[in-house]
Design a protein around this ligand. Structure first.
Ligand code: 13P
Length: 245
């Protein structure tokens, strides 16, 4: 499996800012052909970024979609709309959505089904809070999230993002990442049999150019889901370059 380096721009970017970032990524991505690159801009700029990146080896994704194909859901975005705007991926169940919008594992599972039926590849986020880790419950929590959020015959990617590592500057230790990714792999095997081996597991949470080489070389780390550092083209591309070949 080729490593995937995905940027989650979160709620950042006017059209001018997004286009400047896209232009810098396009200009600098020539020497990172050993990984797959993906950016997930805000929905309002998705189409403009898709046009700016047309023909470049950088895929586009949304940051969320609704669980239904269409309907009376003010403010929501359907998976097919993301696809129409140029996305081929979508991040689902990010901890910020679970916290800000009360998304449950069941909501996330419905969204995964909607995404797949619209032709999008889902990246499903899981991860424990600081309190849950302090109680020694991190694998239990992540195990429940995996069994609750993934439908039968899941095809997509998992992102392990410990909540306490997101935006804190404090990434999970290599030992903790190794333990959790091995656990997730076991769970995927348990749920999906042999197909579980083909599901890539990204790490996310304060991935920066300075720690990327160490984190991305760990077993069962199939790439990174990058927040803050994905807003700076040089940093995002430096993370991609640090990915083992
Ligand atoms: P940071 O890289 O800013 O910690 O964010 C990680 C994240 O939430 C990506 O989805």
């Amino acid at each position: 499996m080729r490593p995937l380096i995905a940027g989650n721009w979160k709620m950042h970017g006017t059209r001018a800012e997004a286009l400047a970032l896209a232009a810098a990524l396009r200009a600098g991505c020539g020497d990172v052909a050993h990984c797959d690159l993906l950016v997930c801009p805000p929905a309002t700029v998705l189409h403009a970024v898709a046009q700016a990146l047309a023909g470049a080896p950088i895929a586009l994704g949304g940051q969320d979609c609704h669980g239904e194909a269409n309907g009376a859901h003010t403010g929501d975005i359907a998976a097919a709309m993301l696809r129409d705007a140029g996305a081929s991926w979508v991040i689902l169940g990010h901890s910020e959505r679970r916290a800000d919008h009360g998304e449950t594992d069941e909501t996330v599972r419905e969204k995964v089904l909607a995404a797949v039926s619209a032709g999008l590849c889902p990246i499903v986020c899981v991860g424990e809070s600081a309190a849950q880790r302090a109680e020694g419950r991190e694998t239990e929590v992540v195990g429940w999230q995996i069994s609750g959020s993934l439908p039968q015959d899941f095809s997509g990617v998992i992102a392990y993002e410990p909540i306490w590592a997101i935006g804190s500057g404090q990434h999970a230790t290599p030992a903790d990442v190794t333990t959790m990714h091995a656990f997730i792999r076991e769970e995927l095997h348990r749920q999906f049999g042999a197909c579980g081996a083909g599901i890539s597991i990204l790490y996310g949470g304060s991935v920066k150019p300075a720690n990327a080489a160490e984190l991305l070389a760990l077993p069962e780390v199939g790439g990174a889901l990058v927040g803050g550092a994905s807003l700076v083209a040089d940093d995002f591309l430096a993370i991609a370059r640090a990915t083992p070949r």
